[in-house]
Design a protein around this ligand. Structure first.
Ligand code: NAP
Length: 293
């Protein structure tokens, strides 16, 4: 069994990005600039936005945060998006989701210029990805593709089963794994809460990607020998073995499944560390105008 070390891959990619930023600065170009809009004081959202700002600093990007109170109006957010859309110095914009109930998430996302939508959530980017045009791919699926590619996992002609069909993970992953490119070219089955005979389907998977949000749902009997297992789930559970009193687990029962797998991502340290790095890769592409020339 080979552990897919997302933490290590993320460090390598950050080093590659930092080297590219240095080269750009040496040639008199400006550093990539990522802006983030954060509404309210949800601690998890604040942590995410702070980690993104920290990662930007590590690789030499400029980052700016636009913070608003919980009761900000939709109109004010739209105006801020408009302002950032028109600021040539800013390459990428992310809006930390979810937004409060009185704000229409889709309306805000669709107001971002697709050229600056480095989260890849704008329907134009989702559509372009679907028909194989250059696009920003959202962070988690992009990170998974990088892990598969850098672990030299062959996908062509393989049976890939995806558990979960969310807009941010399962659905885009299913399109990317079936695209006519490497990684891709797999035969993809998408499973969800209405799927019958789940075990029968998962146990035929050469590559099993799990994003269902159910702690340790996938057990040894659901996995084929020598399968590649990608665990997207993250759950914080109580533990008397750690100082904090908590530990993180995934959607896969790691201890049981790992001896059977040819490759597996751990939780933590697998898919998780790749998400911020994917956002950095997209911001670099935005600043170099690689997607929309
Ligand atoms: P989600 O929105 O929570 O949706 C879960 C999906 O799983 C749905 O499509 C649902 O089916 C399906 N599902 C639920 N129970 C099922 C069952 N018993 N059998 C088969 N399918 C079932 O999904 P998500 O946002 O992709 O999140 C999934 C997990 O990944 C969560 O733990 C989340 O915290 C984690 N996550 C991690 C990262 C990261 O960076 N590592 C990023 C994103 C998400 P229906 O569509 O029929 O309801």
């Amino acid at each position: 069994m080979e552990l897919i070390d997302g933490k290590k891959v993320a460090v390598t990619i950050k080093q590659e990005i930092a080297a590219e930023v240095k080269r750009m600065l040496d040639q008199g170009e400006k550093a990539p600039h990522l802006a983030a809009i954060l509404v309210g004081e949800d601690p998890a959202s604040q942590t995410y936005v702070n980690s993104k700002a920290k990662a930007c600093k590590e690789v030499g990007f400029i980052s700016s945060n636009y913070n608003f109170p919980e009761d900000v109006s939709e109109e004010e957010l739209l105006k801020t998006v408009e302002f950032i859309n028109n600021d040539d110095d800013i390459d990428g914009l992310i809006v930390q989701l979810p937004l409060p109930d009185h704000i229409d998430n889709q309306k805000i996302i669709q107001h971002i210029r697709p050229e600056k939508d480095v989260d890849g959530f704008h329907p134009v980017n989702v559509g372009r990805m679907t028909i194989g045009l250059p696009s920003y791919v959202s962070a988690t699926p992009y990170g998974i593709l990088e892990l598969i590619m850098r672990s030299r996992i062959e996908t062509k002609g393989k049976n890939c089963v995806i558990l979960g069909r969310s807009n941010i993970v399962g659905k885009p992953m299913s399109i990317l794994m079936a695209r006519n490119e490497e990684p891709g070219n797999a035969t993809v089955t998408v499973c969800h809460s209405k799927t019958k005979n789940l075990k029968e389907i998962t146990s035929k998977a050469d590559i099993l990607i799990v994003a269902i949000g159910k702690p340790e749902f996938v057990t040894e009997d659901m996995v084929k020998d020598n399968a590649v297992v990608i665990d997207v789930g993250i759950h914080r559970v109580k533990s008397d073995k750690t100082k904090s009193g908590f530990r993180l687990i995934g959607d896969v029962k790691f201890d049981e499944v790992s001896p059977k797998a040819s490759h597996i991502t751990p939780v933590p340290g697998g898919v998780g560390p790749m998400t911020i790095v994917s956002l950095l890769m997209n911001t670099l592409k935005a600043s170099k105008k690689e997607i929309y020339a």
